[in-house]
Design a protein around this ligand. Structure first.
Ligand SMILES: Nc1ncnc2c1ncn2[C@@H]1O[C@H](COP(=O)(O)OS(=O)(=O)O)[C@@H](OP(=O)(O)O)[C@H]1O
Length: 284
């Protein structure tokens, strides 16, 4: 363009204007600048969908599983970038894969891609999370016609918490966060309160906008409570969107005694997590 202007100045005659660039001319696939790393069943899908309301954000619709699955990681950053949506310069690309949070190699791999990456961690009462996690696995097994033991059988061994149970391990937030904080400064990790996001999404989204240094564009009227769904749904440009039926399923039952045992067990891990993040949550 500078050339065109100089030519015009020298010749005194304006050169023909270039055709206007199509709106998506500079749209290209970019690596994410922010990643929702977990927790599984914490509200990661709701957070991603809500963030995608922002005009400066483009999100990868499907979970990419790049940093947690060796087969994907071996495909390289070119493959990872190819999974991303088109974005314009100045827009932020975001992906979510809750499996990253608990994957031992994920923090180092994300850092190798971008030591400045911003990480979003949405948490929820770890006992609730565990029951939700179990309910999801139970549902998947039933769909494939396969049996699955009752939750209590997996969770307890001789009346004590079975620490080998995967869903229990995924609820030990301090252990996993410790690995991320060994690779990233605390200021690069933003913790979202999953229960608060369910109760009233707007204030949580405002905090996320601030953390991501985005201008405030998500508004309270982007959300409305859908009494049939029992959750907030999204409204944008006249479109209405609720999350699918895999979100907000009735949870599998757990006896009061087993829940008490679980909550007692989680007290110390939760306390450690609170001290890592510098805030407390009203968990069981
Ligand atoms: N607005 C809205 N609509 C529907 N569901 C909502 C919403 N906000 C948060 N949630 C909660 O999201 C929980 C599922 O979490 P994830 O999306 O992280 O699950 S997953 O790990 O991707 O499978 C899901 O957990 P369950 O209720 O246990 O199914 C929901 O409680």
């Amino acid at each position: 363009q500078l050339h065109v202007c100089l030519r015009e100045l020298r010749s005194g005659t304006p050169s023909p204007r270039p055709a206007p660039a199509p709106a998506n001319a500079s749209a290209t696939q970019r690596l994410p600048g922010a990643i929702i790393i977990g927790v599984r069943k914490g509200g990661t899908r709701a957070l991603l969908e809500m963030l995608s309301l922002h005009p400066d954000v483009e999100v990868a619709k499907a979970e990419v599983h790049f940093f947690n699955l060796d087969d994907n990681y071996r495909r390289g950053l070119g493959w990872y970038r190819a999974q991303m949506p088109l974005s314009r310069p100045g827009q932020l690309t975001v992906e979510k894969t809750p499996g990253y949070f608990t994957a031992p190699l994920a923090p180092g791999r994300v850092r190798a891609m971008d030591p400045g990456a911003r990480l979003l961690l949405i948490v929820r009462d770890p006992a609730e999370r565990l029951v939700s996690d179990y309910t999801q696995v139970l549902h998947n097994r039933r769909q494939r016609g396969k049996p699955y033991p009752p939750l209590e059988e997996l969770l307890l061994r001789q009346g004590r918490v079975n620490t080998a149970y995967k869903a229990l391990q995924r609820s030990l937030y301090h252990q996993h966060l410790g690995r991320w904080l060994a690779r990233f400064p605390r200021a690069q990790v933003h913790v979202v309160d999953g229960e608060a996001l369910i109760r009233d999404p707007f204030p949580e989204l405002r905090r996320v906008e601030r953390f991501l240094e985005l201008p405030p564009r998500i508004a309270p009227d982007n959300f409305y409570f859908n009494a049939t769904k029992g959750f907030y749904c999204l409204l944008s440009a006249g479109h209405d969107k609720c999350l699918d039926e895999s979100k907000g399923r009735p949870h599998a039952p757990l006896s009061a005694q087993a829940l008490r045992t679980l909550c007692l067990f989680l007290r110390e891990p939760n306390r450690r997590f609170f001290s890592m993040v510098g805030r407390t949550f009203a968990w069981c």
